[in-house]
Design a protein around this ligand. Sequence first.
Ligand SMILES: [Zn+2]
Length: 284
Amino acid sequence: MRYLTLLTFFAAVLFSLNIEMPQKSVANGKTAFLEFTKKDGVSYEKLILDKKEYIIYEHPRDAKKLYALVPIDYYEKPSSKTIKLIYKQDAKEMSKTVHLEVKDGLYKKEILQVQQSKVTLNDKDKKRAAKEYDEAMKDYNTTTQKSYITSKIITPMQSKITSEFGKARVYNNTLKGYHSGTDYRASVGTPIVATNDGVVALVKDRFYSGGSVIIDHGHGIYTCYFHMSKFDVKKGQEVKKGEPIGLSGKSGRVTGPHLHFSARVASEQVDPLQLIELLNKNLF
Ligand SMILES: [Zn+2]
């Protein structure tokens, strides 16, 4: 009898945990959104997917809710995933699972001709690119617990998109990964704005990405602006949504002038425009 009472008690707890996942499936390279309703005596601890942990944050606009972002690696194959929610019920650790379908993003292939020295690197450039990668990864792996985003996210410029996120890229007949962001048509000197409030995490001229600005928006969300010709911000500076951060250019590995705009969530590279749409729809 006591066992049955206990069972009924746990069943009631599970039933009353309110977890929402608006889309049940997500493509590789895109982000899934989960929302939790606060409940007395329950503390939502974290999410686990394939041994990686994801933080559950306070909802920026609804004090009764929490949310989490789960980015799916670009190289992830279509599969059925189980996201494990770890929570505490009256200080006792418990878990619940949510299923997520990973579907194929069906990204196309893109063939580009660039300077051969930006495809076959000499030792000095290899070292430099590796150092710059490590430096940026250190930023992306740093999670600011506070969110700077308080209103709808905007795009960094109003211009035609010339290349979408995710295309498999063939540089000078060599397959080199995929297009990690969204390209906007922009002649040298076109103003670029911050897509939302944040703190400038990096301002630097880098080997591949050229003149680069990275903004930390908090909650593990970063936006990146590459191939710039001029910077209007400094590292560590707070920026506001719509504030000019510099001018577009053609620095780094490019076929011509444009703005490469990308985003990271929980250190994973994701489709920036899908992320903006997802956050705007679910949080603001
Ligand atoms: Zn690009």
